[in-house]
Design a protein around this ligand. Structure first.
Ligand SMILES: Cc1cc2nc3c(=O)[nH]c(=O)nc-3n(C[C@H](O)[C@H](O)[C@H](O)COP(=O)(O)OP(=O)(O)OC[C@H]3O[C@@H](n4cnc5c(N)ncnc54)[C@H](O)[C@@H]3O)c2cc1C
Length: 300
């Protein structure tokens, strides 16, 4: 059986792991563990109309379908719901009308919108990967030389990709994001406007976010900075009663467009990154493309 190493146990790494584990012996390496990077703080919003104007995202249907398939797999492995399918309410107008969007007063209900309970989803997805024989190794990979015994390597290391010399050419930017967990009556569905209020898996809590910090010196959460950035967005929704937690992560985004990066770097190495703010929409779709291309090569 071909041996594959995946660096990163976030959305991209685990989705790739699930697809590749169907045919290969996969080991996932992560310095921290499952959801150690941006995926661990992801607020869970997935819908086809992101951005200020709410334009239809590139290949959104394929992205939604691919993620929904993995949500089902995760849910089955975990034995509990890992997402809410009650739609997402967009409080701002959309640039045009769409079949899956229903006007509700001044707002728009995006029926295809899903709130993913990302940590639960990753837990379930990892269980499904383990059932296929995948292994997790909690270790930091400093260089690809350490993985010479593997037939194929996938770098899905989030903002860690830039530490690998093979990825130095990638034209990406890093954007820090912070999200607050607040005490709030359980939401029927998540709401988006300039900011968002996302439904949580835990009753009487919600996630409020997010900051887009293009200049930052530390990846750690800073409540004061988060509140400075988020206060103007809060007016759209609520005034938080109790802030229970503040989490931070770093998004990787391509320069000049919103599409993720999937590239074969050399005959045995691939990179999957630059999910930006659309990790949930694209991780499964791109992981499937990666796995198909890699298996074609392995099968000669
Ligand atoms: C505050 C915030 C809110 C967000 N909300 C949403 C949302 O609502 N909807 C949405 O679709 N997207 C959202 N995103 C974006 C989404 O979280 C990311 O697009 C996605 O998580 C990226 O996944 P990834 O697997 O590429 O990277 P990551 O999740 O960052 O995973 C990379 C992993 O690699 C590991 N790693 C790195 N370097 C090494 C190394 N050298 N050796 C071993 N391990 C290594 C890290 O520990 C980490 O676990 C949000 C992001 C932030 C910051």
């Amino acid at each position: 059986m071909d041996k594959v190493a995946i660096i990163g146990a976030g959305l991209c790494g685990l989705a790739a792991c699930w697809h590749l584990s169907q045919r290969c012996q996969v080991t996932v390496f992560d310095s921290v563990g499952i959801g150690g990077g941006a995926s661990g703080v992801c607020a869970g919003l997935m819908h086809p109309y992101p951005g200020e104007q709410g334009r239809l995202s590139w290949n959104a249907k394929q992205g939604l379908d691919a993620t929904k398939q993995l949500l089902e797999i995760s849910e089955r492995a975990l034995g509990q719901p890992v997402a809410s399918f009650t739609g997402i309410l967009r409080l701002k107008p959309l640039i045009q009308s769409f079949d899956d969007v229903e006007p509700l007063g001044d707002a728009n209900l995006i029926h295809s919108g899903v709130t993913v309970y990302t940590s639960l989803y990753l837990q379930g997805l990892w269980l499904a990967c383990e059932q296929l024989g995948a292994k997790l190794c909690i270790a930091h990979v400093n260089s690809l030389d350490e993985l010479q015994e593997y037939d194929q390597i996938v770098i899905a290391a989030g903002d860690g990709v830039l530490r690998f010399k093979e990825c130095a050419h990638l034209n990406v930017k890093l954007i820090k994001g912070q999200v607050l967990t607040c005490a709030h009556p359980t939401l029927e569905r998540s709401m988006i406007s300039k900011g968002y209020l996302a439904k949580s898996a835990i009753p009487d809590q919600c996630h409020f976010g997010a900051t887009y910090e293009r200049q930052f010196t530390s990846k750690e959460p800073c409540l004061q900075t988060a509140l400075e950035h988020l206060k103007p967005k809060m007016e759209n929704f609520f005034s938080p009663t109790t802030i229970l937690d503040c989490k931070a992560g770093v998004r990787v985004a391509a320069q000049g467009h919103y599409r993720p990066i999937l590239e074969q770097l050399n005959p045995k190495t691939w990179v999957l990154t630059a999910m930006g703010s659309r990790g949930l929409l694209y991780h499964a779709y791109f992981a499937e493309m990666l796995s198909q291309s890699m298996l074609q090569i392995l099968n000669g």
